[in-house]
Design a protein around this ligand. Structure first.
Ligand code: MTE
Length: 321
């Protein structure tokens, strides 16, 4: 289901114009090519269940639960950004049904003493699962409150024993050309890659995430495993992870590569630093957006300043945005 709201920032605004125009042309060509070849393509929109219905047992951790009312499960699972499946908010829930999530492995590589390839099952069992309710604030100016299931990424990091050279953690996400129609466009340089500095990755809020709303992740939310970093704009939270790499140099991340003048590496939620083309001072909470609902003031670090501000002491966050 496509939920459109009049004040939405359009993909044409998020993406530099030349890239956007090229994307429209390529999408059209991709759609035509797919139907000419008789493949399931853009024209073969498959309705599929919004949720997996597979329960994921977890203890709620009250220390990580925000008091705001959670966004409805329906909005959380149908209003998504997952450009591998298209740039409209309804594309991921419409098209991601074909993503193959089993078998699934995650490779831990780079500057670690114990590099390894873990099956999803082994990864999930590595630490007790917790339910946490986090705010998510997208760079486009909307926000949600989401009950995720997972454990602190720090538990995995400790297990694989990073070397002294590991300064950043890079998250590489899945590329499945036959299931991801968005890959035929050049809106981003695939695979979608995000990264954190080591201390950010070790911050207990950073969640290796396997579920949402008490169930395993639906494909459109990044099945079978993603990262969630609640004090940063949503694009830092890479979906459908296949590699976690420990590296010395700051990685080139997808949005920084696509539009360096607009998206910084840190991407901390910061109401005082406007996006070059719009203000970041306020946000629409999805589900609260009746005609007369006021916007909410965006909070520094998305409201997680007590936990994370010290990570950036001494940095100029207007420059390192
Ligand atoms: N991960 C991948 N692989 N591809 C994407 O396009 N979009 C990001 C992030 N992770 C994205 C991604 C953006 S912009 C946001 S706001 C969040 O996912 C949205 O997560 P949600 O759809 O589960 O709310």
């Amino acid at each position: 289901m496509l939920i459109r709201r009049p004040s939405d920032v359009l993909p044409s605004e998020i993406t530099p114009e030349a890239v956007y125009r090229d994307r429209r042309r390529l999408m059209l060509q991709a759609g035509l090519a797919a139907s000419a070849m008789g493949l399931a393509g853009w024209s073969d929109r498959r309705a599929f269940a919004q949720t997996t219905g597979v329960k994921l047992a977890a203890q709620r951790n009250g220390a990580f639960v925000v008091m705001d009312k959670p966004t409805s499960q329906k909005d959380v699972t149908t209003y998504n950004n997952f450009y591998e499946f298209g740039t409209d908010k309804g594309d991921p829930s419409d098209y991601a049904g074909r993503l193959r999530t089993s078998p699934w492995t995650v490779a831990i590589e780079g500057e670690v003493r114990k590099p390894q390839v873990l099956s999803l099952d082994d990864l999930r069992k590595l630490a007790p699962l917790e339910e946490r309710v986090y705010r998510l604030r997208c760079v486009e100016g909307w926000s949600m409150v989401i009950p995720w299931t997972g454990y602190s990424l720090a538990a995995l990091i400790r297990r694989v024993e990073p070397t002294g050279n590991a300064r950043f953690v890079e998250f590489v996400t899945a590329v499945q050309p036959d299931t991801m129609p968005g890959l035929r466009t050049r809106v981003l340089d695939w695979p979608y890659v995000e990264a954190l500095r080591m201390d950010e990755a070790m911050q207990p809020l950073t969640l290796l995430t396997f579920g949402v709303y008490g169930e395993t992740l639906p494909n459109q939310n990044g099945a079978p495993v993603r990262v969630v970093v609640p004090w940063k704009y949503g694009f830092k939270s890479g979906k459908s992870l296949v590699k976690i790499r420990f590296v010395e140099k700051q990685p080139a991340t997808s949005w920084v590569k696509a539009a360096p003048q607009e998206y910084g590496f840190y991407a901390n939620v910061n109401p005082n630093v406007p996006h070059p083309r719009w203000s970041q001072a306020s946000e629409r909470r999805i589900g609260e957006d009746g005609l007369f609902s006021p916007k909410r003031k965006t909070l520094m670090f998305n409201g997680y300043g007590d936990q994370v501000a010290s990570l950036y002491a001494g940095m100029d966050l207007a420059r390192d945005y």
